[in-house]
Design a protein around this ligand. Structure first.
Ligand SMILES: NC(=O)c1ccc[n+]([C@@H]2O[C@H](COP(=O)([O-])OP(=O)(O)OC[C@H]3O[C@@H](n4cnc5c(N)ncnc54)[C@H](O)[C@@H]3O)[C@@H](O)[C@H]2O)c1
Ligand SMILES: O=P(O)(O)OC[C@H](O)CO
Length: 326
């Protein structure tokens, strides 16, 4: 099977290396010419996946035509805020090809998820799939075991893809809940910033566990209001990815939160911190759909209203008492 991977950040590169090592013929589209040149000549992407050797089965290019043209399946791994423009620009090349989106976020301009954007551009979703779950790029590229979900609207097509892409180290599960799977991946980034802030402030293990658990509740509430299946949030793309990102120090969202909590607020501009954008969309969507999301709102206040973490944490703790399961 010929795989096209769109994007040469850490995740696109890890997927290229993984599938390349596992018998697939991979062509990777890189936005930056120096990255494609380095991959082809030195078998490395030292900017986004330092220290990992690319197999010979991966070729890199700057040409979307070359990358997409002959592919059987396209994996789209472009940061969320740039995805709509790329898909629109290359609509003709992409139309009719199975496309698996592995990016995690909500488009801030339109407040749409990436499957909703795909539907708007292509008018149908039977060729659209989402890949999401607890997967740090570095670990996948190192060949460590992992599991994730691939969701699509047609059961048979989704199962075929899952079977075709399964390898000995990276196991996929099939799902029919495209919206639930993509929302789990997008919304956990905001909670990871929150737990990072709390850890950076030194609030302890108890606070982290409370934020993860209550964070899962608010992810589920927004997901349900948007039309996702509640049970999806208890799977790999929901609680699985939430726990990984809120506790694993390889997470950029968690690192960003840690830095705020320590009073630094530094962000490495080379990497995308999706939660910074998604929290803006969540702020508007939760209001529009009348869903209470106090932890996400606290993150919004810290990032966009310049509020002090210690103040928003006090506000979170002084909210009126309520039943746990609502
Ligand atoms: N890194 C991971 O472990 C991981 C795992 C799962 C999912 N993801 C998701 O994958 C997506 C890509 O993240 P990443 O970690 O590969 O990125 P990254 O932070 O490693 O790299 C940033 C990428 O953004 C691209 N970029 C910058 N400006 C751009 C523009 N104007 N137009 C198009 N592209 C531009 C760069 O070329 C680069 O490929 C994100 O949605 C992320 O949430 C990441
Ligand atoms: O580094 P992060 O915070 O973008 O998280 C990476 C992945 O989404 C973890 O599954």
């Amino acid at each position: 099977m010929k795989l096209s991977i769109l994007g040469s950040g850490s995740w696109g590169s890890a997927l290229a290396v993984h599938f390349g090592r596992n018998g697939f013929s991979v062509i990777q589209w890189c936005r930056e010419p120096e990255i494609s040149e380095e991959i082809n000549k030195k078998r490395e992407n030292s900017v986004f996946l330092e220290g990992v050797t690319y197999p010979e089965s991966v070729r890199a290019t700057n040409s979307p035509q070359e990358a997409i043209g002959e592919a059987d399946v396209v994996l789209s791994v472009i940061p969320t805020q740039f995805t709509a423009d790329f898909w629109k620009k290359h609509e003709e090349l992409l139309r009719g090809k199975p496309l698996i989106c592995a990016s995690k976020g909500i488009d801030v301009k339109s407040l749409k998820t990436l499957s909703q954007i795909y539907f708007q551009i292509f008018g149908a979703c039977e060729n659209y799939f989402v890949l999401s779950g607890p997967t740090f790029a570095k670990e996948i590229a190192s060949g460590l075991p992992a599991a994730a979900v691939i969701a699509g609207i047609e059961e048979e097509k989704t199962l075929q893809l899952v079977k075709a892409l399964n390898t000995k180290t990276f196991r996929f599960y099939a799902s029919g809940d495209v919206l639930g799977v993509e929302l789990g991946g997008a919304l956990k980034n905001v909670i990871a910033i929150a737990t990072g802030i709390a850890d950076g402030m030194g609030l302890g293990n108890n606070a982290r566990a409370a934020l993860i658990t209550r964070g899962l509740h608010e992810i589920r509430r927004l997901g349900k209001a948007m039309g996702a299946k509640e049970e999806t949030f208890y799977g790999l793309s929901g609680v699985g990815d939430l726990v990984l990102t809120c506790t694993g120090n390889l997470s950029r969202n968690r690192q960003f939160g840690l830095s705020i909590g320590r009073g630094e607020g530094k962000v490495d501009e080379k990497y995308v911190v999706e939660g910074v954008y998604t929290v803006k969309a969540v702020h508007q969507l939760s209001r529009k759909l009348k869903v209470e999301m106090p932890i996400s709102e606290a993150v919004y206040k810290v990032i966009y209203e310049g509020r002090k973490p210690v103040e928003v944490m006090e506000e979170l703790l002084s909210r009126p008492v309520k039943e746990e399961n609502c």
